[in-house]
Write a protein that binds this ligand. Structure first.
Ligand code: HEM
Length: 174
């Protein structure tokens, strides 16, 4: 009985790596089958589809980048006041981009209505609305003389808000 038990133990000891290897091999084979299927079923979307599909994800890069650029110009303008105009212009363009960004976002959020991460989409939406309001407020204050320090304060808030919103958006999209 003891000998039988010992033999069984030995068998398990020597054969386990073999079983584990087989399992891993099977996993890799399944994965490559999936990739092969994906490659074979892929077809190029039409030009219109490629441009307008997930419009929010495409447009959002502009206000984010312009907002950061405007903030950079604003900081520089404390030493070189000639940068003030660049800060205002980049912020104005960023603010205009928030209009299509808002509507495209509202259009895409419908896809998450029955999703498990609906709460994430709603959190992102609320943060997005606050961010958009903050950008427009920053623009408004930037155009009032003698309020540069308040503009800087709202600018800092906006840059923080936009970063958090974009972070949530990234998680939502991927
Ligand atoms: C300034 C405000 C906003 C910022 C900075 C922002 C940022 C982002 C970013 C970075 C993504 C991921 C894009 C990607 O990785 O391709 C995203 C996705 C998304 N955003 Fe926004 N967003 C804003 C406002 C909004 C608003 C107001 C809504 C309205 C509901 C919204 C709805 C969505 C949705 C539904 C997605 C997922 C899109 C998908 O993958 O299907 N966003 N957002």
């Amino acid at each position: 009985m003891k000998v039988l038990f010992f033999l069984l133990l030995l068998k398990g000891f020597f054969l386990y790596p073999l079983y584990a290897h087989e399992k891993e091999k099977h996993k890799i084979e399944k994965k490559s089958e999936e990739i092969k299927e994906k490659v074979e079923s892929f077809s190029m979307p039409s030009f219109k589809e490629a441009i307008f599909e997930h419009l929010h994800n495409k447009l959002i890069h502009f206000p984010i980048a312009l907002c950061f650029l405007s903030f950079l110009f604003l900081i520089i303008s404390f030493k070189y006041p000639e940068f003030e105009k660049s800060a205002r212009i980049t912020l104005l363009i960023s603010a205009f981009f928030t209009i299509p960004v808002y509507f495209s976002g509202e259009n895409q959020i419908k896809n998450f209505e029955k999703d498990v991460n609906k709460w994430l989409a709603e959190t992102h939406e609320q943060l997005g609305i606050f961010t958009i309001i903050s950008i427009w407020l920053w623009l408004f204050v930037s155009n009032i003389k003698g309020m540069k320090k308040i503009a800087l304060f709202i600018g800092i808030l906006t840059v923080i808000l936009i970063s958090i919103t974009a972070f949530y958006g990234g998680i939502l999209a991927h």
